[in-house]
Design a protein around this ligand. Structure first.
Ligand SMILES: [Zn+2]
Length: 327
């Protein structure tokens, strides 16, 4: 089978044999600005290239799973409005089916990352498992009884858009005060820039070459590690908002684990996660949260692709247990 992880900047494609072993992988740039047809063409090209590499034919593919930024409908295979791709209700499955005469699944990348962490990262030990990625934005995926939970319209799991602060910062979704506007890499960078505009946050500004627009979450993290109180305060505040988001999820799902991935969560580590855990404990309903572990994602940038394999396992396109993760 073929798995394609379609991202805003890159396409990572892998080919797995019938035993579920990843036998070939390739990464190319998405070039989203060239439009949907060109992107699908590049996706198809990667699959053809890998088939050629291993000496296999298209007809030998048991199936194909494409991980795409959401929101999308996995039943219809239509991708709605992914901000990073600039698409509008694009029928991704239809476009791929025109090229490959095989069964094709389209799934939200964060949902597949959740399934991958459930299946390969943590060996099925935590169920229900929620996955939250904290990077530029905040995404989420839900695994219940070993399967992705989709909701009625197929788009469940938008953890980044739970509302925390009425009249808070404006979110890309059009609402105000979403978790994503308060606890993401973008949110941290914004706060550091606001300080710089007021003549404060000097060390962060210095590290960014005195260009406020060059300040990123990484800048904030680096300066905070050096003991800077203003940067530390931004991360502490972000961690607390994240903790409130986690408490809401615990109150609703009572999950066995919430796995945190994404550049900001993994890059800042304990600096962000410790205050998040503390705030979660403070905010969660009494009696809840005792069974919920907050864990780091284990699969990094390959979680989308590995999620494609995990779904292919469930479709019985490949045998289970073939994937070796962690090296
Ligand atoms: Zn939002």
């Amino acid at each position: 089978m073929a798995g394609i992880d379609l991202g805003g900047t890159k396409i990572l494609t892998g080919l797995a044999d019938a035993d579920g072993r990843l036998v070939a992988e390739v990464e190319v740039a998405t070039c989203a600005e060239q439009g949907s047809a060109a992107v699908v063409g590049r996706m198809a090209e990667t699959v053809k290239q890998l088939l050629e590499q291993v000496g296999a034919e298209e007809e030998e593919l048991a199936g194909m799973v494409a991980a795409s930024p959401g929101p999308l409908n996995p039943v219809t295979g239509v991708v709605y409005y992914p901000p990073n791709l600039g698409w509008c209700e694009f029928p991704l499955r239809e476009a791929l089916a025109d090229i490959f005469p095989v069964p094709i699944e389209i799934e939200n990348d964060a949902s597949l990352a959740a399934l991958a962490e459930y299946r390969y990262g943590y060996g099925g030990r935590y169920d229900p498992l929620l996955y939250m990625t904290v990077s530029t934005g905040v995404g989420g995926g839900i695994v219940i009884d070993g399967s992705i939970y989709h909701g009625a319209g197929g788009a469940a799991g938008e953890f980044g858009h739970m509302k925390l602060l009425p009249d808070g910062p404006l979110c890309g979704c059009g609402c105000r005060g979403c978790l994503e506007t308060l606890a993401s890499g973008t949110a941290m960078a914004r706060q550091a820039r606001e300080l710089a505009e007021r003549g404060q946050g000097k060390r962060m500004l210095e590290l960014a070459g005195n260009c406020p627009e060059e300040i990123t979450a990484r800048t904030v993290g680096e300066v905070a590690r050096g003991g800077d109180a203003e940067a530390g305060e931004i991360i502490l505040r972000t961690g607390r908002w994240l903790g409130i988001g986690l408490a809401n999820l615990v109150n609703i799902f009572d999950p066995a684990a919430i796995v945190l991935g994404g550049g900001a969560a993994l890059g800042l580590g304990a600096l962000l996660l410790d205050p998040a855990r503390e705030e979660m404990k403070r905010q969660v309903m009494r009696g809840l949260g005792k069974k919920t572990e907050i864990l780091p994602a284990k699969l990094g940038g390959r979680s989308g692709l590995l999620g494609c394999l995990a779904l292919a396992e469930q479709k019985e396109w490949i045998k289970s247990g073939g994937v070796v993760v962690g090296n």
